[in-house]
Ligand binder design. Structure first.
Ligand SMILES: [Zn+2]
Length: 683
């Protein structure tokens, strides 16, 4: 993935980059996308020597002229484009909300948006929409009934209740979808928040307790009861957190692959009647499934068996309210923002309503809204040119692999075979998702949210025990991001990320190969990073490396791990380079192969300098300028724990210092900060 990932509904609403700039004019729906070039000389800070700090040289101007808007936890080139996309989607949704003679898709997205925008109706209903679910929890007579209720609850409510469940591609047989029971059930963004003992973590847990109690009070509980319940909820979540794998452990796919029969799952977690649970998901025929974290399931079983019924009920109530809070009246939404957006990420104010509603439609009806977006923005010419660029970069990667002196012929052959098997998905899906079965009612925002959650749960479970649909996408078309999926062995570039200032059809090739080309190389390299290399070309978890080659490659990754561990994120918090090494490898490998592909594409051309920069310099400035960003300190702290990507300065300086082509382009000399005596190499 090129940029940061979001994890929870609250994170989805408040963390994503975007914005009504504090200093900028009032945002309005856009009818056309604004333009800024993929190499922008006004974004440079020429007072900085590129050989001293290339990130600051490339982005210093941008950083000065782009302060973080009040409704953002950070601001970046990707975030700004995301915001412009959202304003453009706002224009589409505004029109679809009002138009006569709408298509079924326009009716759904238009009515979803209009119901979301109607805050006076939403505020008038207050906590009422929650009452049926809260009453059902209160009425549960005993432990057995509570556990039986987990099945229907996870299929109909927004939230995570003790554990996750759904479908997954079988790591051992990538053509098949199987059911999976995974870890989950936490309210804080990571298990580390529950176990760390430093002062900041203690403070965060106190703030979380207050937030939990606040939501319970808003739903109608007396304060004393809510305070007591909050303590129980934190105790339950702490037990779950302690049994959860860390993010670094989760990078090892074998640690999360435990195929079991229902009898074996029952032996691990006897508390849950699994056949009934699966029947509630409409998957009664499941006989084997993946239990991602068996030790976690043991903790779930212990919790369900030993905690008092009242504590378990409080836990469920809180997670129902927490999942629903962003879709409820202002007090709930504000409380959720104050904790997840303001306290945890440092965002100063709630994003404007239109933006939250655009995000909700994108989240719940993404391929319906995406069709409207693609029709208006994605030119056939862009698809052709970026597809050609991808082919060239794949060829460059093949050439590199074929000439690796440290890799044995057997491993090399398999690596090339895997590379040839990569599917390139550019722009949007070949077949659009069918939303016919999702009913969207005018004026029923909360109902629409619940129906969308049920629709998604049903869609997910319907895939179980069937062949994999390799046309499926994990990002919506307007998304400003890209990803590689090791089990699909595919790279995915939504239309949203193939626009200026990332891919810029108006500019020369150099910055485009530096920017979008490096991103293509980045995603391809993920197929060979510490995690991706463990899957073969068909997406099966299978070791195709000889022992020596695997060790050689790990040594190369360790070179980058050692380098990135020296960078400081905030205070004395260094990059956790065991968490970021996959992304760091993808950045280094991807930039190199994009450079090689670009060199090959200009072999017979005599390029002239533009704006005073040689073609090579334009490649590297284009590479750096995708990443320009400003981030709030709170957000830096959160990302240090949860984000597998290094901060922007390290993603640029930590990469160019390993590329001698960079020092040649800028005439950097040995001893200068951007020149390392001993470079790390992936390829
Ligand atoms: Zn990535």
């Amino acid at each position: 993935m090129r940029t940061k990932v979001t994890f929870t509904p609250a994170a989805l609403l408040f963390a994503a980059a975007a914005a009504l700039a504090q200093q900028a004019p009032i945002a309005r729906p856009l009818q056309t996308m604004p333009y800024s070039p993929s190499l922008d000389v006004t974004s440079l800070d020429k007072s900085v020597d590129p050989c001293t700090d290339f990130y600051k040289y490339s982005c210093g101007g941008w950083m000065k002229s782009n302060p973080i808007p009040a409704d953002q936890s950070g601001w970046s080139v990707y975030g700004k484009l995301t915001d412009e996309n959202q304003q453009f989607l706002w224009g589409i949704l505004d029109a679809d909300a009002k138009a006569a003679n709408r298509t079924p898709i326009q009716q759904k997205i238009g009515d979803y948006f209009a119901a979301c925008m109607d805050t006076s109706a939403i505020d008038k209903r207050g906590a009422a929409p929650l009452q049926p679910q809260l009453a059902a929890i209160s009425a549960l007579p005993d432990r057995k009934a509570l556990i039986a209720y987990l099945g229907p609850l996870s299929h109909t409510a927004v939230g995570s209740f003790f554990f996750e469940s759904g479908s997954t591609q079988d790591p051992g047989d990538s053509n098949q979808v199987i059911a999976e029971i995974g870890a989950g059930g936490l309210g804080l963004p990571d298990r580390d928040y529950y176990v760390k003992t430093d002062a900041k973590s203690e403070e965060t847990r106190q703030k979380y307790l207050a937030y939990v109690a606040q939501l319970l009070v808003l739903s109608g509980e007396p304060t004393a009861q809510a305070t007591q319940d909050a303590a129980s909820i934190l105790r339950i979540e702490t037990a779950l957190a302690k049994a959860s794998l860390t993010r670094v452990e989760r990078r090892d796919p074998y640690k999360q692959y435990h195929k079991m029969t229902l009898a074996e799952l029952t032996a691990v977690n006897p508390a849950v009647p699994w056949p009934a649970y699966l029947a509630a998901q409409n998957a009664p025929a499941v006989t084997t499934l993946n239990v991602a974290q068996p030790d976690f399931q043991k903790a779930v079983a212990a919790t369900l068996a030993t905690e008092q019924l009242d504590a378990l009920k409080a836990y469920l109530r809180f997670h129902v309210i927490n999942g629903a809070a962003p879709s409820l009246s202002a007090p709930f939404e504000t409380a959720s923002f104050e904790f997840f957006g303001h306290y945890l990420r440092g965002t100063k104010q709630l994003p404007p309503r239109w933006k939250r509603c655009v995000r909700q439609v994108d989240h719940n009806l993404g391929e319906a809204l995406g069709q409207e977006f693609v029709h208006r923005t994605f030119a056939a010419d862009t698809k052709q040119k970026t597809t050609l660029m991808t082919d060239q970069i794949e060829q460059a990667m093949q050439d590199e692999i074929e000439h690796l002196d440290w890799m044995s012929p057997e491993t090399r052959k398999e690596a090339v075979r895997k590379l040839h098997a990569v599917r390139n998905k550019i722009g949007y899906p070949d077949t659009w998702r069918d939303y016919t079965k999702l009913t969207v009612k005018p004026g029923d925002y909360f109902g629409n949210t619940l129906r969308a959650a049920s629709f998604e749960a049903a869609r997910d479970w319907a895939k179980v025990d069937k062949p994999v649909d390799r046309n499926e996408w994990g990002m919506t078309p307007p998304t400003v991001n890209a990803y590689y999926n090791p089990q699909m062995n595919d790279i995915n570039f939504p239309a949203g990320v193939l626009q200026p200032p990332l891919y810029d059809p108006r500019l020369d090739d150099a910055p485009n190969y530096g920017n979008t080309g490096s991103t293509i190389g980045h995603e391809l390299t993920h197929g060979f990073d510490d995690e991706g290399r463990q899957f073969d070309g068909q997406g099966n978890l299978k070791d195709w490396w000889t022992k020596d080659d695997a060790k050689n490659f790990e040594d190369r990754i360790n070179c980058l791990r050692d380098q990135f561990a020296t960078y400081v994120i905030v205070d004395d918090i260094h990059i956790n380079s065991k968490l970021t090494s996959g992304e760091d490898v993808a950045d280094l490998g991807g930039t190199l192969i994009a450079y090689i592909a670009w060199q090959k594409s200009i072999e017979n051309k005599r390029l002239q300098p533009i704006d005073g920069f040689t073609p090579d310099q334009r490649f590297f400035i284009g590479f750096a300028q995708w990443s320009c960003e400003n981030t709030r300190e709170e957000n830096n702290r959160l990302r240090a724990v949860t984000d597998p990507h290094s901060p922007a300065f390290a993603r640029i300086n930590g990469i160019v210092t390993n590329l001698p082509q960079f020092s040649t382009a800028f005439g950097c000399k040995a001893g200068q900060p951007m020149v390392k005596a001993q470079v790390c190499k992936v390829w």
